[in-house]
Design a protein around this ligand. Structure first.
Ligand SMILES: Cc1cc2nc3c(=O)[nH]c(=O)nc-3n(C[C@H](O)[C@H](O)[C@H](O)COP(=O)(O)O)c2cc1C
Length: 167
């Protein structure tokens, strides 16, 4: 799929079929994440691949929406703030790195015909505890990963004129 078709084809999917995702596709998605850029190439992130069926009760406590546990696979991207690059003025780029990793996952999934949805509104302390995360890791985002069942693209996007400033 052409890059621009992928970017235009992506939208937040909030309804999934239970059909399995091919291991080869998961592998390709993880490979796209692995090579994502990170500040100063610190690569201070971890990706947790969660089998939804086996972990459904835990996932429901982490984020309660019904559709969140419909897809067969759920992915969590964690940053490792104390290993991330920090700018001279003290700004830690760990969230930015994790967001780029998640975006690679989401765009790779789209290119392979799979649906995803960025999720930040989860219960972080439940996620840490129930997924037994290392204390140094910060869960930044989740996404279900599976074949779309429902959902419409949200096309209410601002125009370039509103978003871009030329100097
Ligand atoms: C950082 C971030 C956090 C988000 N968190 C959630 C969330 O917790 N739950 C949810 O349903 N959607 C979440 N979304 C999806 C947004 O609501 C969605 O991207 C936005 O409405 C635009 O729709 P689109 O993704 O279909 O273009 C999040 C998106 C981003 C980028």
């Amino acid at each position: 799929m052409d890059f621009f078709e992928v970017v235009k084809g992506r939208y937040s999917v909030r309804g999934y079929q239970p059909d399995a995702v091919e291991p080869e596709k998961i592998r390709n998605i993880l490979e796209a994440a692995r090579i994502a850029p990170t500040a100063s190439n610190r690569q201070a992130f971890r990706i947790i691949v969660i089998e939804t069926e086996k972990n459904r009760d835990k996932l429901k406590q982490i984020y309660g929406r019904e559709w969140f546990t419909e897809a067969p696979v759920t992915i969590c991207v964690c940053s490792i703030p104390n290993a991330s690059w920090v700018r001279g003025d003290g700004k830690n780029y760990s969230d930015v790195d994790a967001a780029i990793v998640m975006d690679h996952i989401i765009l790779a999934a789209t290119a392979l015909g799979l649906g995803t949805c960025w999720i930040a509104a989860f219960d972080a302390s439940s996620a840490r505890e129930l997924l037994d995360l290392d204390d140094a890791w910060e869960p930044v985002a989740f996404t279900p990963l599976g074949y779309r069942r429902a959902g419409n693209p949200n096309r209410t996007k601002k125009s370039l004129e509103e978003l871009v400033i030329y100097k």
